[in-house]
Design a protein. Sequence first.
Length: 138
Amino acid sequence: MIVFDLHCAASGDRFEAWFRSNADFERQLEQGLVQCPFCQSSRVAKAPMAPRVPRKGEIGSDVRDVIAKLSVLQAELLRDSRWVGEEFADTARAMHLGEIETAQVHGEATAEQAQSLVEDGVPIAPLPLPVVPPNQVN
């Protein structure tokens, strides 16, 4: 069995669902059998999922290497980016509309804010790893 985090495009709700396999999920989705439990819409897709974090000693060295490389890559991408925190959605939208100068920024957005930005054509992308706000770094 596999559990997926799912997102309803109609309501914006997020929920979990269990399937025998990814192929089983895809088959059920094509047949309209996967529905939002809140609004019963079949406009459902996989949502980004947090990885399962195993106990110490349980993770393989290859996975550790991939995460370490991803961490280095993300740090490199964010080196010239400015943290805007909770103002991310407003900042990204203002840059998109030409109200402020375009710059590389990163910050926090709710799922609803991110969905609204995507729907309005604002170019955004989620970061693969969590980012600690600068005011919270030890």
